[in-house]
Design a protein around this ligand. Structure first.
Ligand SMILES: NC(=O)c1ccc[n+]([C@@H]2O[C@H](COP(=O)([O-])OP(=O)(O)OC[C@H]3O[C@@H](n4cnc5c(N)ncnc54)[C@H](OP(=O)(O)O)[C@@H]3O)[C@@H](O)[C@H]2O)c1
Length: 236
């Protein structure tokens, strides 16, 4: 399995990279992120089975550089995991221009461009995994642009699934609830305690890739949100 994981340096992306490298002996992973130290550390453990691209996904020239490096390293791609993402914990009208552009670039635009470009190197049976959030089902009043970026990605993920059906490429939507990673501190939230582990999300994603799942909810009981539908009840 040849797999590309954005946001491999931390949290869910790192847990996914490690689970694949530890338990899938023949897998090769290309990890993407800005934190060179974290990515170098993975390389030092997993050697030639792990390559990395230092890239800032707010910079579109970096996004295309990722595509070129991935093709150089892997030739073809079996799985693309669009996982890199971040939040900004602020009321809508307090977001700066930079907040708005960067949230949309990393969480919405980069996954679309990476999918569009890397699909050219995917064969039948390949998979695209988009990490969304269970927060799309509620109204995240203090994460509004983040919520909108993930809602947008949710929409295009569904479109992508239809568009890629004839090519035999599967598309998986991942809806994490509160996960215990750096995400919250980075977003400027300091009251979150507990949450599911990044490892549990990683394992659920691997299971969906292997068994052909379409949607992943972590924790699993959050699937109820789909039945209730996006009522957009105020949450934060
Ligand atoms: N934690 C939660 O409760 C939660 C809930 C729902 C959904 N999610 C989603 O899960 C995904 C992973 O987040 P996480 O919880 O694992 O958080 P995390 O530990 O903060 O990891 C985020 C990853 O995204 C990468 N990233 C962020 N901005 C980037 C940029 N400009 N360029 C390149 N890479 C960038 C980071 O890499 P560098 O630092 O190396 O740049 C890091 O590897 C995100 O899409 C997030 O929205 C998380």
């Amino acid at each position: 399995m040849k797999i590309v994981i954005t946001g491999a340096s931390s949290g869910i992306g790192r847990a996914l990279s490690e689970n694949i490298l530890k338990y899938k002996e023949k897998a090769k992973v290309v990890g993407v992120g800005r934190n060179s130290e974290a990515l170098r550390e993975l390389k030092s453990v997993y050697g030639e089975r792990f390559e990395y691209v230092i890239a800032d996904l707010t910079d579109m020239s970096d996004v295309y550089r990722v595509v070129n490096s991935v093709v150089d390293f892997l030739g073809t791609v079996d799985v693309l995991v669009n996982n890199a993402g971040f939040g900004v914990y602020k009321e809508l009208l307090n977001h700066s221009d930079e907040d708005i552009y960067n949230l949309l670039k990393v969480n919405f635009i980069a996954p679309i461009i990476l999918s569009r470009e890397l699909v050219k190197y995917m064969n039948r049976g390949s998979v695209i995994v988009n990490v969304l959030t269970a927060g799309i089902y509620v109204l995240m009043r203090k994460l509004p642009i983040y919520g909108a970026s993930k809602f947008g990605l949710h929409y295009v993920t569904n479109v992508m699934r239809h568009e890629l059906k004839d090519k035999g490429i599967k598309v998986i939507s991942v809806f994490p609830g509160i996960i215990n990673t750096e995400f919250h501190k980075r977003a400027g939230i300091n009251y979150i305690r507990g949450g599911a582990s990044a490892d549990s999300v990683a394992k659920a994603i691997i299971k969906a890739i292997e068994r052909g799942g379409k949607e992943v909810y972590v924790p699993g009981y959050l699937r109820i949100l789909k039945i209730l539908g996006p009522k957009l009840i105020p949450f934060t």
